[in-house]
Design a protein around this ligand. Structure first.
Ligand code: RUQ
Ligand code: CUA
Length: 623
């Protein structure tokens, strides 16, 4: 094994490495094998007859599509695409005024890790948070309406990849950076990396009433790269553990230069202590951001050596241990919070060059788990019977092992190269132990070919027995990073928006529809209903809007069909505009009518037998 790894690492060409990673692995797998060879019994487990519903929602990251995909488990049917960081013409997201403003000028994002809001360490099903690695944003999605309600931009971050994870009562949405950068968008040459570049952890607050996010403070750390992290719970509540890589400070060719040392660090931070100190005014203000250096707070930060280049660390459901996976060392390491606390109490540490106390590996480590031939461990999930499940990116499998003893219980191939695994409620204080999916990066020959690039894929397992039973392999929307699986009855989605007479710009009666001019602003307060628009109740043609070239036009349209699933759309031809109004929703779109002419308007959402007739005109008189 070590020879193989050395061989892998010795290859300096990225191309060769990728070829090795992606060509031969998986071939040993017989993709038609189910565990017991009984297809009918397996098929029954994923078949959800008409009229019945799935047991779980799978909230799956859409990666660089910037969107959230909602699947049903066990059927693995894609139910809904929820736009979060990217424009979406299907829903008009990014075109209507609210979402356009939230997106802050960006049109895409890279969504990696969803996190469902938690109460006492369990999913409460109210909200979901997500990160945009590409443009340093965090979003909140309301799971009552499956709508994005807020996006906040994080200054000083360099791609919050290790985000988002939550503290057990959603006190904080935590977002550690991937790249270190100079603070305040400043310039500093890469030669000054060690001194001038900082690693940042953003601590974001969420207000459930207003559904808004706000950056509370940032933690300033050495310029290491931070990767998947987790929050303590129960006995370890108050702490976060984060993996690091590139403790070598590589500024070029990281593939080689960031993998030199045998050990990187797990960083343990006491977020409760830091947040108390920030509240007590001990943070420094840097360009409007409260910043705290944990080295200035006694007992707030420790580092623990870990197998090199770890990709993830996950806290066990009881909060007593954390499991780190070294993607370049073929093993999972189990660490004990209690052992760490004991070592801290005994002051059994030495400060490193940054003045961060480093605990001893042997003091905190409980065991190393090294299944023979298993390569590339990435992420860990848990069931309700003391078992852990690890994805193996290189050997394309899921390994099930006992957290208490390290005993390997089962290994099942996946098709192919899994990133994350997701067990039902498998990162909470009370996992269900029912289903697990592997989110695979590669599908290769699984499906009908669609050319050189294939879809990503997911394998679904029944994990209720000792052996994992492979149920199905499905194509999945790109790109499955993390996902979470929540019991269906924890989600309380509303069928329509409340009829709120006080909502700004809403119109609830046909007779109140009107067009008001204020200088060169034209405000249309209209309604949409099956199967027409009423923009101006008093006009001869109630579905026409006449403006002058150069006017700033605001369309405020309320869908007054308070019926489940009767969504209307509204596009404006040749103006690159489309929005939707869900039942009871008021949407606003604004634009400058800079082109003169006649522009048909029609409903983009099929809403009735006369949907095709649901139309109108924008008439722009030339100047
Ligand atoms: S990281 S595939 Cu973007 Cu979640 Cu491990
Ligand atoms: Cu309204 Cu189609």
């Amino acid at each position: 094994m070590n020879k193989l790894l050395t061989a892998l690492l010795g290859i300096t060409s990225g191309l060769l490495v990728s070829t090795l990673f992606f060509s031969d692995i998986g071939k040993k797998n017989d993709q038609t094998a189910t565990t017991d060879g009984n297809y009918a019994s397996v098929a029954q487990k994923v078949y959800v007859p008409h009229g019945k519903k799935d047991e779980y929602y799978l909230m799956s990251s859409g990666g660089h599509s910037g969107q959230l995909q909602v699947y049903g488990v066990p059927s693995m049917r894609l139910i809904r695409n929820v736009p979060v960081f990217s424009v979406d013409s299907a829903t008009g997201y990014g075109y209507d005024a609210d979402s356009k403003k939230m997106m802050g000028g960006y049109t895409w994002g890279d969504f990696h890790h969803p996190a469902i809001s938690e109460t006492n360490g369990d999913y409460d099903g109210q909200f979901l948070f997500a990160n945009d690695v590409a443009n340093n944003r965090i979003a909140a999605v309301d799971l009552t309406y499956f709508h994005t309600t807020d996006i906040v931009k994080l200054p000083n971050e360099g791609g919050p990849h290790a985000a988002v994870f939550l503290t057990p009562n959603t006190e904080y949405i935590v977002a550690p950076t991937r790249f270190a950068r100079p603070l305040g968008d400043e310039y500093a040459p890469l030669d000054n990396y060690k001194e001038k570049y900082k690693g940042i952890v953003s601590m974001v607050k969420f207000d459930r009433a207003s559904k808004k996010l706000a950056l509370d403070f940032q933690i300033v750390l050495p310029p290491w790269s931070y990767d998947l992290s987790d929050a303590g719970k129960k006995m370890s509540d108050g702490w976060v553990v984060m993996t690091t890589y590139n403790t070598e400070f590589a500024t070029t060719n990281p593939e080689i230069n960031a993998s030199q040392k045998d050990r990187d660090y797990i960083v343990m931070i006491n977020w409760k202590k830091l947040s108390e100190d920030v509240a007590a005014g001990k943070a420094k203000d840097y360009k409007g951001v409260r910043m705290i250096d944990p080295r200035d707070v006694e007992g707030a930060i420790y580092a623990i050596p870990v197998a090199k280049s770890p990709h993830g660390v996950d806290v066990t459901p009881d909060g007593s241990r954390f499991v780190a996976s070294g993607k370049l060392a073929p093993l999972m390491t189990v660490f004990s919070f209690q052992k760490a606390f004991d070592a801290i109490a005994k002051k059994d540490f030495v400060a490193n060059e940054f003045g961060i106390p480093v605990l001893k590996y042997e003091d905190v480590m409980e065991r190393e788990v090294d299944p023979p031939g298993a390569l590339g461990p990435l992420h860990t999930q848990f069931d309700d019977r003391g078992n852990a499940f690890n994805t193996m990116f290189i050997s394309s499998e899921v390994v099930k092992w006992k957290v208490d003893t390290g005993e390997v219980i089962d290994r099942q191939p996946v098709y192919y190269s899994p990133g994350h695994a997701t067990a039902a409620e498998g990162d909470t204080v009370s996992p269900d132990g029912t289903y697990l999916i592997a989110g695979n990066k590669i599908a290769k020959d699984n499906f009908l070919s669609v050319g050189p690039s294939h879809p990503e894929s997911a394998d679904l397992f029944d994990i209720s027995g000792d052996k994992m039973v492979h149920l199905t392999n499905v194509p999945i929307q790109p790109e499955p990073h993390y996902s979470q699986m929540i019991k269906a009855d924890k989600i309380h989605a509303k069928p329509i928006y409340d009829k709120d007479e006080n909502r700004p710009n809403s119109v609830w009666s046909i007779n109140d529809a009107r067009i008001e001019r204020k200088g060169n602003e034209v405000h249309v307060y209209g309604v949409a209903l099956r199967s027409k628009y009423i923009f101006d109740a008093k006009a001869e043609r109630k579905d026409a809007i006449t403006v002058k070239q150069g006017d700033h036009v605001f369309l405020h349209i309320t869908n007054i069909d308070l019926d489940q699933d009767i969504t209307h759309g509204l596009q404006v031809m040749d103006y690159n505009l489309n929005m939707e109004m869900q039942p009871g929703q008021t949407s606003t779109m604004d634009f400058v009518a800079n082109k003169s002419g006649v522009f048909p308007i029609y409903c983009t959402n099929f809403c009735s037998a006369l949907h095709q007739e649901m139309s109108g005109y924008l008439l722009v008189q030339p100047q």
